[in-house]
Design a protein. Structure first.
Length: 368
């Protein structure tokens, strides 16, 4: 209705006081946000029911029919006996394979889901009782989900979020100036978000989540889909934000680079249980000691029987190896290959899923 009235006013040449429109829009937006929270909660609950309480269908056509009229349910505990404490200003990686229980844990920490047993305290607040109060103290960034209004420029998005969090205009303006300088946004501040690159949008997403000075920032795959250079820029900004504002960062990511370069502590979860809670140094030494090197040469090279090198694939002028960095460095390998003979080279980490599988296997072996 509001947009229809605005259209009529503009069509007839009338002007509408901007502050009145903004005030009305903010009021409407707050109501919309509350509605979206309710719908989001419903979706999350439905999602959890699908995962936690699903129908077990017998095989065959008769079995399928039987499951419709007399379904049998199987319950699964998404999270079991998880306990940890995060100190103010820490940057913690909370990782695990898909279906491990990461999302369920984060939903409980933010008050979207309630635990069956146990207690949760976030900044001294019980999320199950004071979710709204907690919302003013935390920020969230989801790499695959937009929270910004794409047809608006970042400057208007920032002001909008400031109004939603009931921050006085002068304070919001000062905060925008700080964030614009920190994230180097001056050149794109008035460009519609839909016209920004993915890297620029992520910078604006993080900046928007910091408008109300949250004490905790939940980051979910913040660098997904970004090229290596932009990824590194985002990581530098996150570290700077943490250092200057003492913001606690709770990171979930499948990118080993994010975890290795941002966090000093790693919590690993699998099948709803905590598998490991260790320092990044411990994880590096014991589990991040492998690199995958794929190289294309202009001549054949033989690396057989070299200590710390495992040949995964050997073609005439192509080589794929697994390198144990505790025995040899990447530089050592490049020297052995002779950089003048290298046409192309790609260096990557072992996939996170493989690392977690190895850790889970080790933990199970210790229990036996």
């Amino acid at each position: 209705m509001l947009f229809l009235l605005l259209f009529i006013f503009l069509a007839k040449g009338y002007s509408v006081p901007r502050h009145a429109v903004e005030k009305h829009l903010v009021a409407q937006f707050k109501e919309l946000v509350l509605l979206l929270h309710v719908l989001q909660l419903f979706n999350y609950l439905v999602e959890e029911l699908v995962h936690l309480d699903y129908i077990v269908a017998p095989k065959g056509f008769k079995g399928s029919l039987k499951s419709i009229f007399k379904p049998k349910y199987k319950k699964i505990k998404a999270v079991k006996n998880i306990s940890f404490t995060v100190e103010k200003g820490e940057m913690v990686a909370f990782i695990g394979p898909n279906g491990a229980g990461k999302s369920t844990t984060i939903k409980m920490l933010t008050g979207i889901l309630f635990p069956d047993k146990g207690k949760i305290s976030v900044l001294g607040i019980d999320p199950t009782k004071n979710r709204k109060q907690l919302a003013y103290k935390i920020g969230t960034v989801f790499g695959q989900k937009e929270q910004l209004w794409t047809h608006l420029p970042p400057i208007d998005n920032f002001k909008f979020f400031g109004a939603v969090y009931d921050i006085p205009d002068k304070v919001v303006e000062k905060r925008i100036d700080e964030l614009t300088e920190m994230f180097e946004l001056s050149d794109i501040l008035y460009t519609p978000v839909k016209n920004l690159s993915l890297g620029q949008r992520i910078k604006c997403e993080i900046a928007a989540s910091l408008i109300h000075k949250p004490e905790i920032l939940f980051l979910d795959e913040p660098t997904i889909g970004l090229d290596p250079v932009v990824k590194e820029n985002i990581r530098v900004l996150i570290k700077r934000m943490n250092k200057e504002y003492k913001t606690t960062v709770f990171l979930t990511s499948h990118d080993v680079g994010d975890i290795e370069k941002l966090c000093r502590r790693v919590i690993i979860i699998n099948h709803g249980e905590m598998v490991m809670d260790e320092s990044m140094e411990h994880l590096k030494y014991h589990y991040l000691d492998k690199k995958i090197i794929e190289v294309k040469m202009n001549t054949k090279v033989n690396l057989d029987n070299e200590d710390g090198i495992k040949i995964l694939k050997d073609k005439e002028y192509g080589l794929k190896i697994e390198l144990d960095t505790r025995k040899k460095s990447v530089t050592d390998v490049i020297d052995m290959l002779d950089s003048n003979k290298i046409i192309d080279i790609n260096i990557s980490n072992t996939p996170l899923e493989e690392i977690i599988a190895g850790i889970y296997k080790d933990v199970n072996n210790e229990k036996v």
